[in-house]
Design a protein around this ligand. Structure first.
Ligand code: GUN
Length: 294
C-alpha cells in the first residue's frame, strides 16, 4: 500500500484564498484592513525566510504587513518598548515576534507583553489558558494547521486515537488541547516515554513534532494511520547541499500509513495560512464582528 500524500500546499492555498475573500468583505463592510506586525531580532537565516514568507502571505491576502527588523544586540527593554507601541497601534491587529530570540532577551517576558487580543501566535498564557479551558482563544498556528490537515483526511476526528510526539508550548501542548477539543483520545509522548514505537503504533492519528530527522520509522506506524509530520530538519544532501527532511522517515512510513504529509509541502504552508487566519480573526474580534467560519 502507498499512502495518500496530503497536499499541504494546495490545502493552504485554498484556505488563503478564502481568507483573502473574507478580509476583502471585512474591509468593504467596516473600512478596516487587517494588519500584522512581524518582529525579527537578529539574522537567523531560517527565521528570515519564515518572516519573509509570512509578510508576503499577509500582503497576498489583502492585509497590511508591518515588518520590524532589529539588530541581534537589541536590549530586551527596547524590544518590549516596541511591543508596547504595537499593542497601542490601532492599525496593528496581530503581533508576531519570531523565535528564537537572542540570549540577552527573556522570550517569556516579551511574549507576556503582547496584548492577548493581538497574540496571533497564541503563546500568551491567557490564550494558552483559554485554549486549555475551552474558551475562544487565539491558537498557535502550527497546531491549527495540523488539525486542519488531519481533517482533510477525516472530517470528524471524534473517538480517534491521537498520539502527539513532542510537548513544546509551540506545538505539542496546544495540539493536544485542540485534539481533545475534537474529542480524540490523546496521548502526548516525549523523550522520556517508555517504548515510544509501541505508543506510536496505537495511533490512528500520529503527529511528530520532535525536531529529530527521520526519527519515526515505518514500523512505528499502524497500517492505514494518518501521519502529520511537523519536523523541518536540514540534513546533508547530494553535492555538498542540504536537504529538508521531517521527523518521519517518509519512504518507509508512506509504505504503511494511509495518509501522510510531505516535508516540505505539508505542515509548513498550513502554518503560514493559519498566521493570516489568526490575523483576520484578531481584526474581527477587535471590530466586534463575528469571524467567518473558514
Ligand atoms: N519559531 C518557530 N516557530 C515559530 C512560530 O510558530 N512562531 C514564532 N513567532 N516563532 C517561531
Amino acid at each position: 500500500m502507498t499512502a495518500r500524500i496530503i497536499d499541504g500546499k494546495a490545502i493552504a492555498q485554498d484556505l488563503r484564498a478564502k481568507i483573502a475573500g473574507a478580509a476583502a468583505a471585512l474591509t468593504q463592510k467596516t473600512g478596516i484592513v487587517p494588519g500584522l506586525a512581524v518582529v525579527l531580532v537578529g539574522s537567523d537565516p531560517a527565521s528570515e525566510v519564515y518572516v519573509r514568507t509570512k509578510s508576503k502571505a499577509v500582503v497576498d491576502a489583502g492585509m497590511r504587513s508591518f515588518d520590524h527588523k532589529l539588530p541581534a544586540d537589541t536590549p530586551e527593554t527596547e524590544l518590549i518598548a516596541l511591543v508596547e507601541r504595537l499593542n497601542a497601534d490601532p492599525a496593528v491587529h496581530g503581533i508576531l515576534v519570531q523565535l528564537p530570540l537572542p540570549p540577552q532577551i527573556d522570550a517569556a517576558r516579551v511574549l507576556h507583553t503582547i496584548d492577548p487580543g493581538k497574540d496571533v501566535d497564541g503563546f500568551h498564557p491567557v490564550n494558552a489558558g483559554r485554549l486549555a479551558t475551552g474558551l475562544p482563544a487565539l491558537v498557535p498556528c502550527t497546531p491549527l494547521g495540523c488539525v486542519r490537515l488531519a481533517k482533510a483526511v477525516h472530517p470528524a476526528l471524534a473517538g480517534m486515537e491521537a498520539v502527539v510526539i513532542g510537548r513544546s508550548n509551540i506545538v505539542g501542548k496546544p495540539l493536544a488541547q485542540l485534539l481533545l477539543g475534537e474529542n480524540c483520545t490523546v496521548t502526548v509522548a516525549h523523550s522520556k516515554t517508555r517504548d515510544l514505537p509501541a505508543v506510536c503504533r496505537r495511533a490512528d492519528l500520529l503527529f511528530a513534532a520532535v525536531g529529530r530527522a527521520e526519527m519515526v520509522r515505518g514500523d512505528w506506524i499502524r497500517p492505514g494511520a494518518t501521519v502529520i509530520d511537523v519536523g523541518i530538519n536540514r540534513v546533508p544532501g547530494e553535492a555538498g547541499k542540504t536537504r529538508l527532511v521531517g521527523d518521519v522517515a517518509f519512504a518507509e512510513a508512506s509504505a504503511v500509513a494511509g495518509a501522510i504529509t510531505p516535508v516540505p509541502g505539508g505542515v509548513g504552508p498550513m502554518t503560514i495560512a493559519c498566521v493570516i487566519l489568526n490575523t483576520l480573526r484578531a481584526a474581527c474580534a477587535k471590530q466586534g464582528v463575528a469571524a467567518p467560519d473558514l
